[in-house]
Write a protein that binds this ligand. Structure first.
Ligand code: FAS
Ligand code: PHB
Length: 401
């Protein structure tokens, strides 16, 4: 098999990149280790920035999200038993965010790729990449479930490899340690998240809480499906959290009026995710380019993970178009520096909001009072609220350039 760009990973980054390259006439094949249902079964992000929405529209998959997504003009912060609205729309000159689940983004991209008859190899096992430091990159794998393929290795010769295979993928792991620098911060808690088919308690604004018991988040996937989170110890397991315990704990962490309004119901998904900040530098190694979670991870507090993957893909697809259509390598040579400038600003914002909204086991006394003072200052300072708002809606792609 041969292609121009081999994409490893059929999550949002890989699928979006494949769509944009196809539209530019650049041949690509995606190699994914899981099944389509498994990929769709992962419950992840829920908030899209305008930059991401514009990219989905450019990729030809903007119609359903525009129809079914819920536009949010504000967010709310709950602390000290009181709820404070942050007028994101007013503070950013009219910008908003969209509540629309990553699962639906992935579904829309999968549907579009299938409709175009583009090649996506699912359930590829033992995926390996090679030759990316030279001029003949190659992706190989075994396809045990396909009789004709048997168990011999399949090989895809390509001109470039896009590593869109997430934090635990093979692409970043294939880079020699001497060629890569990793920057990481692991947080001493996780998020217990549930999905329930009940109307969201706050359909027009995501609610972030910081109470004595810890962080909480009230989000949604639609007007009939809610997504909630509470901070929990890393030692907790899902089995220790019955639905009743979850709902009681969530109510405990909200202001009385909101707690009263919560509509509870059986969870249809329940999981605990650890929180980390992570960046690998650079994001390019010869003919291998990393994008999305393959290159960086943010704590989900700032709703940046999926949106950063989208902006990486915007920069990388533009660079490939320059290479193939204008015969210029400038974009490819500049990709890592350009993407990392945006990544680090999102890392900073996500770290800052996580530090502000969570209870840290080793922070008491002075540190706790400073956190409470910063929250009080934030909701009463137009300057501080504007800084939160402009980062929350997503900085412009050319910010600071
Ligand atoms: P993904 O991890 O989504 O996709 C990578 C793909 O590569 C997967 O399909 C995987 O199966 C495949 N793959 C892996 N190894 C491979 C190999 N060796 N060969 C072939 N394929 C391989 N972000 C938010 O903004 N808000 C949230 O609330 C939020 N919650 C999250 C919860 C969890 C548990 C996790 C892990 C992440 C969460 N994120 C959240 C971040 C998440 O949304 C990511 O930013 C987003 O999935 C990034 O997309 P991709 O870069 O495509 O990576
Ligand atoms: C979600 O809906 O999953 C979500 C929303 C906002 C966040 C994180 C996650 O900051």
């Amino acid at each position: 098999m041969k292609t121009q760009v081999a994409i490893v990973g059929a999550g949002p980054a890989g699928l979006l990149l494949g769509q944009l390259l196809h539209q530019a006439g650049i041949d690509n094949i995606i190699i994914e280790r899981q099944s389509p249902d498994y990929v769709l079964g992962r419950i992840r992000a829920g908030i899209l920035e305008q930059v991401t929405l514009d990219l989905l529209a450019e990729a030809g998959v903007g119609e359903r999200v525009a129809r079914e997504g819920q536009v949010h003009h504000s967010i709310e912060l709950v602390f000290g038993g009181q709820r404070h609205a942050i007028d994101v729309h007013g503070l950013t000159g009219g910008k908003t965010v969209m509540a629309y689940g990553q699962t639906e983004v992935t579904r829309d991209l999968m549907t579009a790729r299938n409709a175009l008859g583009l090649t996506t190899v699912y359930e590829a096992q033992d995926v390996q990449i090679s030759g990316f430091e030279g001029t003949s990159p190659c992706v190989s794998w075994t396809q045990p479930n396909v009789a004709s393929a048997g168990s011999q290795r399949q090989e895809l010769q390509c001109e470039f490899i896009a590593g869109c295979d997430g934090f635990h993928g093979v692409c970043r792991a294939s880079v020699p340690e001497s060629a890569i620098s990793n920057f990481e911060k692991v947080y001493p808690f996780g998020w217990l998240g549930i999905l329930a088919d009940v109307p969201p308690v706050s359909p027009h604004a995501i609610v972030y809480g910081n109470s004595e018991q810890g962080f909480s988040l009230c989000s949604m996937r639609s007007l009939t499906r809610s997504r909630y989170y509470v901070q929990c110890p890393l030692t907790d397991t899902v089995d220790q959290w019955s639905d009743t315990r979850f709902w009681d704990e969530l109510r405990r962490r909200l202001d009385p009026e909101l707690a009263e309004r919560i509509v509870t119901g059986p969870s249809i998904e329940k999981s605990i995710a650890p929180l980390r900040s992570f960046v690998a530098e650079p994001m390019r190694f010869g003919r291998l380019f990393l994008a999305g979670d393959a290159a960086h991870i943010v704590p989900p507090t700032g709703a940046k993970g999926l949106n950063l993957a989208a902006s990486d893909v915007k920069f990388l697809s533009d660079a490939f178009k320059e290479h193939y259509l204008e015969r210029s390598c400038a974009g490819l040579d500049h990709y890592s520096q350009r993407a990392l400038r945006r990544v680090w600003k999102a890392e900073r914002f996500s770290w800052w909001l996580t530090s502000l909204l969570h209870r840290f086991p080793d922070t008491a006394g002075f540190g706790q009072r400073v956190q409470e003072a910063e929250l009080d200052y934030l909701v009463h300072s137009p300057a501080m609220s504007t800084s939160l708002a402009e980062n929350y809606v997503g900085l412009p792609l050319d910010f600071g350039v």
